[in-house]
Structures are given as structure tokens and as C-alpha cells.
Design a binder for this molecule. Sequence first.
Ligand SMILES: [Zn+2]
Length: 298
Amino acid sequence: MAEQTHQFAGPVPKVVLTDPALADDKNPRVLAKFKNLEHSLDILSRLAMGDQSALTEVGVATTGQYNTQLHEWAIGRDRGNRTDCYLIAGGPGEVNWTHPVLTGLASIGHSHPFAAADRKAFVPNTGPLVLPTLTTWKATSAEQAIPMMPGDLWYLFPSNQDVSAAYLGDFERPEVVYSPYRLAPDGRLSRTQGGALMVKYGPVKATLSQRADALIKDSAMDANAPGGAAAIESVILSMYWCEVEFFAANKSILTGFMKCPPKRGTQLVEFAWFHQEGIPATAMTRSQCHAYIKRVKG
Ligand SMILES: [Zn+2]
């Protein structure tokens, strides 16, 4: 399943942002066009930090104050010319890339909002030391999941949904998530001081369950029918894997690996792990997985 290459239809409609709560309707809005990827990512970073002036700078009108940290933002690149980039206002918890207004755009990066209600534990100026904590965690905490990290450190990571979307979308390139946090000069996680913290992750690969070959052979699905390989895949995936690289003020500060299981049914708690072991040699991209299924099915 190669990436689609049809072009974004455009043009960018005129939107006046009134209330961030309107993002609750989960409909993404395309707001501005960029000729330059770097510029678009700079704007995305500033919006993640709560800098409303970034909107004015790119010609997006607001009525009064607009808290840019209440919903996600994303940069989409035109799949046709692979040059033009667009600023997208997403929903409170995700950017719905399957929505028709985003047809022709590929996700390059997105921001995570700051949901104050989820983060009572975070006390400004006494946040965790970012690098020492992540480094220790990477080396020693193989059994402890990312959501158990102290302070709000785990909000620096891509969500399980982000990792899953990158695998399922068969992205051949990494994605970037901009957090609402900064690295303060004293090395602590901060909301007000220091350079923006972001993480690059992917491409995402998957390992298969030990019973994968038997499950593929026993499946009643036709691997070559539309949706057939995907249906078989959904019962044999074991774990998603990707490299993660953290940046502060666009400077690389730490690399490691992340793994998380695919979402199964309606489970509420999702676990993911940060570690230093690499990606298993048996891990495969989605196109490789579908080719594998067809080969085993015969
Ligand atoms: Zn995300």
C-alpha cells in the first residue's frame, strides 16, 4: 500500500477562529498555506506553546483571545507536489485524517494540547528533570510503562494512537509531535521557560504473534481480496515499534525506542514502553506485512 499521490484540492477557505471549544465537533479545518516546511513547523511549535501571535502572522483571524493549547494542530503536506504545506486545526484529542477536507494531504507533524484537567500533578518550577529521568527510564524501566513516568514526562511521547496511525498509514518517513512543554534552563520540564520540546518518531513497524503463520493459513479470508490482508493482519499483530528522538529548541537531546501493543477492542488502559533495545529484525512495515500474509497464505 504505497502512499497516495493525488493533490490537495484547495483552495484554503477563509475561517475566523472564535472559540477553541468549537474544535469539539472534531472537524479539521485547513487554515493557511505555506511554501516552506520549516516555516510551517515553526508556526506549529509556537501554537503548541500557546503563542496566539503565530496565527496572526499567517493571516488566520481570531475574535479576541484564542487559547491555542486547547486542541491539536497539524501540518499536512500536499501529496501531489510534495512541497506546499497547510496548517490544520484539529479536534481536542486528535486530527481526523480520514475527514474529506484533508484529502490529498499527508501528515508531517502535529501538536498535543494541554488538558489542565488531566494534569493536576504538574507543579510549575518543580517539574521532573527531563534528560536524567528519561535516560534512567530508558536503561532500567523495561517493565514499567510510559504512563507511570513522574510528573508529566509521558506527555512528551507520541500517543498509542499516533504510533498506530503511522503504521496503518504505512508512513515511510518519521512524524513529529510538538508538546505543550519546554526544557527550562535548569533542565526541568516547564510550561513557561526554555526551548520547545518535541519528539520525532517512526517509521513504525510491527512484529507478529508467534502463531501468526498458523492464523494466516487457517483464516477464512482471501488475502488478495479487497481488505482481506488487512482483516488477517488485525488478528496477527503483536507489537508496534519505532525509534524516538527528542528535541529541545530544534536540537536533538536523546534517542531511544518505543513499543506499544495495537488497540484491541474497547480496552481503556493503554500501555507503551520506552527502552534502549533496537527494533527486532523481524519487525515489518505495513506493506511488508501484507506481502508476508499473501506469501504465507499461498
Ligand atoms: Zn498525537
